[in-house]
Design a protein around this ligand. Structure first.
Ligand SMILES: NC(=O)c1ccc[n+]([C@@H]2O[C@H](COP(=O)([O-])OP(=O)(O)OC[C@H]3O[C@@H](n4cnc5c(N)ncnc54)[C@H](OP(=O)(O)O)[C@@H]3O)[C@@H](O)[C@H]2O)c1
Length: 330
């Protein structure tokens, strides 16, 4: 698989990563099985995937434990990308960016991942109660201590709470400029997909100009862009898509032209719509690494295969010309 470099720390990884979140968090819990997930991670590594994205809050904690088991004996083949800064409570998820907490969280992640170094340590969300420079300073100390190789910022929730008229990532970019004064940012994790392309406007150019990598989260539109979900099929009650405005029967039907467009191009390449959706993300810049999430071996291998799908400029223009997705996202 083609390799890409993440940020100033010059860390090289396979161009397609693996999002491990669906193995133990979000989506329906009835489908989450550890044995199958271990096989999925191994199949992804066999297919040339290196970057495994997890977080201490997924589970909570069980996703890191699973990834730790999966890479035992194969640590040198994997690039471990995890996150701190969000705590799962009984009712709410709360941010904690206090330096002491960050230090404890890192040690706990190292134990769960069964490793002595985390390749990319990301701040999941900034804590509004703590200046982000303080949190970032504590994370930088972890690099100095050799516990972490590089730092990243997660900006997936940037859409929430945005001021009217502001661009999607204005707040993220302000945050990035602040933390860059303390220690270099190697990567930003942000949503990027055919039906959520907003990061192209501001965040991608900002990162490209500064040698900062992008981990493209939700590159398959939570599964919709793969064409395997049918309008009105319904979701299990603990799957957040059951309450998601873009996953109502009406919106899933309204957005079918997007899937039809991906399918048309996929047929020309002997590929699948999922692979075309990922190949589109890969074409947005050599600093971009998509992290498609799956718990299934077959889909992990299929997604890794997207690195070999060479979209033409005509394909890109066709995808960019597809109707804008309908239905609000958050
Ligand atoms: N930083 C953040 O705040 C944040 C937020 C969201 C996500 N993320 C990261 O981004 C990763 C990806 O996001 P995501 O998992 O929510 O969304 P996604 O990658 O857009 O889509 C995942 C969904 O697509 C399905 N799928 C995957 N490959 C498929 C294929 N080839 N054919 C058909 N269906 C396929 C999966 O099904 P199965 O699960 O049944 O396999 C899952 O339901 C996460 O794992 C996580 O690492 C980060």
């Amino acid at each position: 698989m083609e390799r890409r470099t993440i940020g100033s720390a010059a860390l090289a990884v396979g161009a397609v990563g693996l999002g491990c979140m669906p193995m133990s968090w979000a989506y329906s819990t009835s489908q989450q099985r550890g044995d199958r997930s271990l096989r999925t991670v191994h199949a992804a590594l066999d297919a040339g995937v290196q970057l495994l994205d997890t977080a201490d809050m997924y589970g909570p904690f069980t996703n890191e434990l699973l990834v730790g088991r999966a890479v035992k004996g194969r640590r040198s083949e994997a690039f471990l990308s995890t996150k701190c800064g969000l705590l799962v409570g009984d009712q709410h998820i709360v941010a904690n960016g206090r330096p002491g907490y960050v230090r404890r969280a890192c040690d706990a992640s190292l134990r769960r991942l069964q490793t002595d170094v985390i390749d990319l340590y990301q701040l999941h969300r900034a804590d509004p109660e703590v200046p982000v420079e303080e949190t970032w300073g504590a994370m930088a100390d972890l690099v100095t201590a050799g516990k972490v190789r590089a730092l990243g910022l997660s900006a997936v929730g940037a859409r929430a709470g945005r001021r009217p008229g502001a661009r999607m990532h204005d707040g993220t970019i302000r945050q990035l400029e602040r933390v860059q004064q303390v220690f270099p940012v190697s990567a930003v994790q942000a949503e990027l997909s055919v039906w959520s392309p907003e990061a192209l406007e501001d965040l991608l150019p900002w990162c490209a100009a500064r040698g900062v990598g992008i981990l493209a989260a939700m590159p398959l539109g939570n599964g919709y862009l793969t064409g395997t979900l049918k309008p009105g099929q319904g979701f299990e009650p603990d799957d957040p898509r059951a309450r998601h405005p873009r996953f109502t029967a009406e919106m899933m039907a309204a957005n079918q032209p997007v899937v039809a467009g991906l399918r048309r191009i996929a047929e020309q390449h002997g590929a699948t719509p999922a692979q075309v959706a990922l190949a589109w993300v890969l074409r947005q810049g050599r600093h971009v690494v998509p992290v498609p999430g799956t718990k299934r071996e077959q889909w992990a291998v299929e997604n890794a295969g997207a690195a070999a799908v060479a979209l033409t400029d005509g394909d890109l223009a066709e995808i960019d010309g597809l109707p804008r997705a309908r239905g609000s996202w958050y």
